[in-house]
Design a protein around this ligand. Sequence first.
Ligand SMILES: C[S@@+](CC[C@H](N)C(=O)[O-])C[C@H]1O[C@@H](n2cnc3c(N)ncnc32)[C@H](O)[C@@H]1O
Length: 272
Amino acid sequence: MIGPYMRKQMAMIGYKQIPVWYPTSKEIIDDFERVGKQFRISRFVPNIPPLYDWIMGFYERLSNRSALKGPVFENALEIIDVGVGTGYLLHQLLKMTKDGQHITAVDLSPKMLTNARQYIEKQNEPSDRIDYYQVDCRKMVWPDNFFDLYVSSYLFDLLPEDEVQSAISEMARILKPGGMAILVTMTTELGDVVGTKRYFYRLMNELYCFGYRGGRWNPLWQFMFDGYAPHCRPIAFGGCLRKGPGLKIAYSKLSRVSLFPVRIYYVIKTDH
Ligand SMILES: C[S@@+](CC[C@H](N)C(=O)[O-])C[C@H]1O[C@@H](n2cnc3c(N)ncnc32)[C@H](O)[C@@H]1O
């Protein structure tokens, strides 16, 4: 009944690697600059709280919290959070660490850095252990073997393909041997998901990519977020990490952002 073409198409459901919306980080950052400013909807509804933080930040919380469950932070004295965005993960890191542990907060968008800083300041907790830097994850300014822990959520899955590998190389360079990375991305890597859950997640990926690729949802986003387009898309990030120099995936687990599958990777920089 079903021809080979259809069979091939069905086997691809949920596993397609689609290109990111914009060709380079530069255009992506221009978009984050916009979303960090005034939302179009706030012209009609005054004093609206930051919508991006509410909508995106809210859905990302589950996976951000899950990412920081498990690993031991005590030995990590120099910690870096790359692509701080809303600042939610940064705040979780602040809560989970103590005096003597220093956190470097990085984003390429000055506006998102300001957003993250304001979010942290609103929490009314001592935050002098955090320093903020506007730096590109592909051209990090720190020396080799500097950080004990590299943390990043929803950054690698918004980078264009050719930029992902250079960001991974920079991560490997600045991590100390034996240092660890905790990385969260939307995922097509569903090999360990069993039964109907795997079909469900594959369908969700397909649905997400359908809207993303065709831009069919964009008019709504354009209205609400002043032109901001969603960038993160499901990727096979484990495959990219395995190509990284001296990196080993110690463990990975599944989470979700809204109804879409997300993978959390715990990566160790080996001595060689
Ligand atoms: C989806 S947000 C991250 C969310 C964040 N981890 C949280 O907890 O809310 C992605 C962030 O990555 C930043 N970004 C994008 N490209 C970058 C690059 N090349 N270098 C550094 N940051 C970048 C964006 O400005 C944006 O703030």
